[in-house]
Design a protein around this ligand. Structure first.
Ligand code: GRF
Length: 192
């Protein structure tokens, strides 16, 4: 199964997925990185791993549809079957959703439906919640709203800081995401 990972940040989840594939955790290949932030650290990670990267900015296109059409052609050129969002930081539009219906997943650093959108960890800490976590879900047209596939809790203890919570969340993400991707890929093969 050929995966396209969409990431625009540090790419620690991208790395966790690449490592899991290399360790043979599931039968897939990271075929392409799609990144909309030139200079992002994840691009270096792809280079090191020998994975082609399509770096593109929405600003280079006349519309979001044109931008996504360019991405779709790259995905098709690389025969990608699934889209794995890992810190992509943009809403997926109708063009991508139509082409990859039911085959786009995202990871979000909260127990959805709580704290969708930007800075989920900050939102959770501001509210003083004692339990937050990580959610892997299918992507629909909303912001972090698609059907939930997997969740894992992370506790916020007295004395925790933003940084310490972020660390705990990341640790969980790097295990939960590859595991869940492996499960849904296996499931989709059984269904076919
Ligand atoms: C992760 O926290 C993920 O949940 C969110 O974006 C962040 C990406 O981090 N969607 P990284 O670039 O994988 O380190």
């Amino acid at each position: 199964t050929r995966l396209a990972v969409f990431a625009s940040g540090s790419g620690s989840n991208f790395q966790a997925i690449v490592d899991a594939v290399n360790e043979g955790l599931f039968d897939a290949e990271v075929a392409l990185l799609v990144c909309n932030k030139p200079g992002a650290k994840v691009i270096e990670r792809a280079e090191t791993a020998g994975i082609p990267a399509f770096v593109t900015s929405p600003g280079d296109y006349s519309s979001k549809a044109e931008f996504e059409k360019a991405i779709v052609s790259k995905l098709e050129e690389n025969r990608c079957e699934w889209i794995i969002l890992a810190g992509y930081m943009r809403l997926v539009g109708p063009t991508l959703l139509e082409h990859y219906e039911g085959r786009i997943v995202n990871i979000h650093p909260s127990l959805l439906p709580a704290f969708p959108g930007l800075d989920a960890i900050g939102q959770a800490m501001d509210k003083g919640v004692k339990i937050t976590g990580v959610t892997v879900h299918y992507v629909d047209s909303g912001m972090d709203t698609g059907p939930i596939i997997a969740q894992k809790a992370v506790t916020i203890e007295e004395g925790d800081t933003r940084e310490s919570v972020q660390k705990k969340v990341q640790k969980v993400e790097h295990i939960l995401y590859p595991q869940t991707i492996g499960e849904i890929i296996a499931l989709s093969k059984n269904v076919k």
